[in-house]
Design a protein around this ligand. Structure first.
Ligand SMILES: Cc1ncc(COP(=O)(O)O)c(C=O)c1O
Length: 288
C-alpha cells in the first residue's frame, strides 16, 4: 500500500497516521464514511457522495465538521500528496464522533474526528467483466432497518464483514444477503440487480440496504438507454431463475454475475443487458 492519510487536516504517511484509542469511532464503531474514486484524476459523483455522507451523519446525529467545498480541498491536497504512479485514486472519507470519555452520551464527544485515506485504486481484473463472477447466498441476515439501518453507511461494518468472509470462504466474489423476511437485499459490499425479460430489477431500499450511488446512476442510465430499471421485492428463486444478474459499486462499476452458489445464471455468461449498462456507465464515467 502507498496510502497518504489526512487526519483532521494534517497529512501523514500511512505509517505515521494515527487516531486516539479514545475516539468513539474506535471504541464503539460510531462513525460514517464514503468511498469515492477518480476517473482521469477527477473525483466521480462527489456531490452525490457528500449528500449520502450528510444523510448517514444525520441518521446518527453526527455533525459533519466541514462544508463540501472545504472537504473537496482537503481531498485534493491528500490526492496531491499521494504517489499514484499513473493510477486512479481510491478515496475514503471517514467522520467519527471524536475523542471523549467512555460514555455513549453525545455530550462526551463535542468534536467529530475526520480522516481521508487516499491510495492508488486497484481495479478489478478485466476477466471479471469478461467472464463474470460467482456469488453465494450467505446466512448472515442484513441489519434490520430498525436496528442499525443499512441506509447509514456506517464505519461499523461487522454485519457486512461477516457476510463477505463467509462468501470468500466459499470461493465467491461477494455474498448475497437477505433480510429477516427472507427477501434479497444486497451483497455484502455492493448492490444486487437481476434481469428478467429485459427488465432490470433490484431490491427496494425498504428491504434494508445501502442505496448505492452506482445503483442510483443505473436507474438514470437505464432510462437513457431505453432499459427499464425498477425496484421490486426479490427472493432466492428470482435470482436463480434470472436471465442475467450483476452487482454494482463505486470501485467495481457493473460486474456480471454468472453463478449463484453452484448454479449458473442464464447461460452462465455475462448478459447483453448487463453489458449495455456497463458500457453506458463507463462512457459516462470517462466523460466525467
Ligand atoms: C453494503 C454496500 N452496498 C452497496 C454498496 C455500493 O455503493 P456505491 O455504489 O455507492 O459504492 C457498497 C459500497 O461500498 C456497500 O458497502
Amino acid at each position: 500500500m502507498a496510502a497518504m492519510v489526512n487526519v483532521n487536516g494534517r497529512i501523514f504517511d500511512e505509517h505515521e497516521a494515527v487516531v486516539s484509542v479514545f475516539d468513539h469511532g474506535f471504541l464503539y464503531g460510531e462513525g460514517v464514511y464514503e468511498t469515492l474514486r477518480t476517473y482521469d484524476g477527477r473525483l466521480f459523483l462527489y456531490d452525490r457522495h457528500m449528500r449520502r455522507l450528510r444523510n448517514s451523519a444525520r441518521m446518527i446525529e453526527l455533525v459533519i465538521p466541514f462544508t463540501d467545498e472545504e472537504l473537496a480541498r482537503h481531498v485534493s491536497d491528500t490526492i496531491g500528496a499521494t504517489k499514484l504512479d499513473g493510477k486512479e485514486a481510491y478515496v475514503r472519507v471517514l467522520v467519527t464522533r471524536g475523542v471523549g470519555e467512555l460514555s455513549y452520551d453525545l455530550k462526551a464527544t463535542p468534536k467529530p474526528s475526520w480522516v481521508i485515506i487516499v491510495k492508488p485504486l486497484i481495479e478489478p481484473p478485466s476477466e471479471i467483466y469478461e467472464r463474470g463472477c460467482k456469488v453465494v447466498l450467505v446466512d448472515v441476515v442484513r441489519n434490520h432497518p430498525k436496528a442499525v439501518n443499512p441506509m447509514i453507511k456506517s464505519n461499523n461494518l461487522m454485519n457486512q464483514a461477516l457476510a463477505a468472509q463467509q462468501a470468500f470462504q466459499r470461493g465467491a466474489f461477494d455474498g448475497v444477503m437477505r433480510n429477516d423476511r427472507g427477501e434479497l437485499t444486497e451483497c455484502a459490499t455492493s448492490n444486487l440487480f437481476i434481469v428478467r425479460n429485459e427488465t432490470v430489477l433490484t431490491p427496494q431500499v425498504e428491504c434494508g440496504l445501502l442505496p448505492g450511488i452506482t445503483r442510483e446512476l443505473l436507474f438514470e442510465l437505464g432510462g437513457n438507454a431505453g432499459i427499464e430499471v425498477r425496484e421490486q421485492v426479490l427472493r432466492d428463486d428470482d435470482l436463480f431463475d434470472a436471465d442475467e444478474a450483476f452487482l454494482t459499486s463505486t470501485t467495481r462499476e457493473v460486474v456480471p454475475i454468472v453463478a449463484v452458489n453452484e448454479q449458473a445464471i442464464g447461460n452462465g455468461k455475462p448478459g447483453v443487458v448487463t453489458w449495455k449498462l456497463l458500457k453506458a456507465f463507463r462512457d459516462l464515467a470517462r466523460a466525467n
